[in-house]
Design a protein around this ligand. Structure first.
Ligand code: NOJ
Length: 479
């Protein structure tokens, strides 16, 4: 259970560190930067896909599950990252993409029966918009995402065997587990029935506009999903499996029967207001298995999602909830989303969340000696080197949070607080987060052990937009 309260750092390999000057991040670059992660104090790193891929969805379209794309390096480079991580006490997780392959995966040509076909499309929509069916040789194949990502048929035992082989391949190479992509899309209705009109489920969390008109009752989350998940579990033993289960936590159980944790998207999608945040935490912690995430390569970064004034408090929230937390590269320095590049790379508009990491104040941010695939956002203003020297920087705050997090008690007790204030106890520590611009009185006594701004807490009054950790053993009082 190493992962029970672990902080797992998400590396978007394309944008972390380039070692060979081609403008794209790579595995040797990751190895060069492992000291940053060890210094920061995270427990593990999760690499977004590094497999060979035509990169229509930047690696989430896999053309070979048992190799490394040359743009990222080689299997030997991967082994070296794992060894370097191990030396520093860090574990490595990979991204498992089981729902679909690349259309260029040899399986699509050699084993068309491993995929889902129909003579006529039904009304299912792709998560990126448009029909989930594309025509090929007089028939239609299903793709829950881009047309370049045909969906595998997990009811076919050959698919299961091939995927189990791939899963074992990386476990034997030393990975500690997987983040499992789009797992609620793994199995769909076997009869391919139309999705019914939307019922207004508040946590349907649809991605595309078309999907808001339909309840995704048949196009995902089929009742026999658990059987496929059991096969995944069988292949990985007790390695960590964190599911990208894009469903409200009330519908997690069939997934958590086999996976260790599920991303808490209810919290990620909650507005930065105490009440909705509290409701999301309450709903999610009512069952075991939440993995916390507030930002990633699909939804953008803390500074932009919650506003620069709230980003430090958002980091404090992310890192003081009970259970594993996922920290997206760049959030430790308060990197903002960017404008994207001159050329559009991701058709779904996510380039702006994927600008390179900024290591120093040079024009390239220290990311590459070549022409970066996406320009850096603001390396002169935001970079690791400058923030390491500054005890008041976001980087210092995140590092302090990672250290203090280790002494927080088990479980969470949400505490009554004035409107706009989110307050909870973790054993004998207490956390208060002010989501408003006004100063608010907190329901805890005790001095600040950590605060998001200097002297944010004075006489039990917490400055606007600030967060604080105190010891609560001096007693919890009414505000
Ligand atoms: C979720 C991944 O995070 C996203 O980047 C990708 O486009 C889809 N799954 C499809 O694999």
């Amino acid at each position: 259970m190493w992962w029970r309260d672990a902080v797992i750092y998400q590396i978007y390999p394309r944008s972390f560190q380039d070692s060979d000057g081609d403008g794209v991040g790579d595995l040797r670059g990751i190895e060069q930067r492992l000291d940053h992660l060890a210094w920061l104090g995270v427990d593990a790193l999760w690499l977004s896909p590094i497999y060979p891929s035509p990169m229509h969805d930047f690696g989430y379209d896999v053309a070979d599950y048992e190799d490394v794309d040359p743009v990222f390096g080689s299997l030997a480079d991967f082994d070296s990252v794992v060894a370097g991580a191990r030396e520093r006490g860090l574990r490595v997780l990979l991204d498992l993409v089981p729902c679909h392959t690349s259309i260029e995966h040899p399986w699509f040509r050699e084993h068309p029966d491993w995929y889902i076909w129909s003579d006529a499309p039904n009304n299912w929509y792709s998560a990126f918009g448009g029909s989930a069916w594309s025509r090929l040789n007089g028939r239609y194949y299903l793709h829950s995402f881009y047309p370049e990502q045909p969906d595998l048929d997990w009811r076919n035992p050959d698919v299961v065997a091939a995927m189990q082989h791939a899963l074992r391949f990386w476990i034997e190479r030393g990975v500690a587990g997987y983040r499992v992509d789009a797992i609620d899309r793994l199995l769909k209705d076997a009869q391919l029935r139309d999705d019914p009109p939307a019922s207004g489920d508040p946590f349907g969390l649809p991605l595309s506009e078309e999907e808001t008109k339909l309840a995704l009752t048949h196009s995902r989350n089929a009742p026999d999903t658990g059987q496929a998940l059991a096969r995944i579990r069988e292949a990985v033993g007790d390695s960590l499996l964190v599911g990208e289960v894009y469903l409200p936590s009330a519908r997690w159980q069939p997934y958590l029967d086999h996976l260790d944790a599920a991303f808490a998207f209810e919290l990620l999608h909650a507005p930065w207001e105490a009440e909705p945040l509290r409701r999301a935490i309450e709903a999610t912690t009512a069952r075991r298995g939440a993995a916390w995430v507030l930002s990633n390569h699909d939804f953008g970064r803390l500074v932009t999602r919650f506003g620069p004034e709230n980003a430090r408090a958002a980091a404090l929230l992310l890192l003081t909830l009970p259970g594993p937390a996922f920290l997206y590269q760049g959030d430790e320095i308060g990197l903002a989303d960017g404008p994207g590049g001159e050329r559009v790379h991701d058709r779904a508009g996510r380039d702006r969340f994927r600008h390179p990491m900024q290591w120093d104040g040079s024009p390239s941010g220290g990311f590459t000696s070549g022409e970066p695939w996406l320009p850096p956002v603001d390396p002169g203003a935001t970079n690791v080197d400058a923030q390491r020297e500054d005890p008041r920087s976001t980087l210092s705050l995140v590092r302090d949070l990672l250290a203090l997090r280790r002494v927080l008690g088990d479980g969470i007790e949400l505490v009554d607080a004035p409107p706009g204030l989110l307050a909870y106890r973790r054993g004998d520590h207490a956390v208060a987060i002010n989501t408003t611009a006004e100063a608010l009185r907190i329901p805890f006594r005790g001095d600040a052990l950590l605060e998001t701004a200097p002297a944010a807490l004075r006489n039990r009054t917490l400055a606007g937009h600030a967060g604080v950790i105190t010891r609560s053993d001096e007693g919890v009082g009414q505000p």
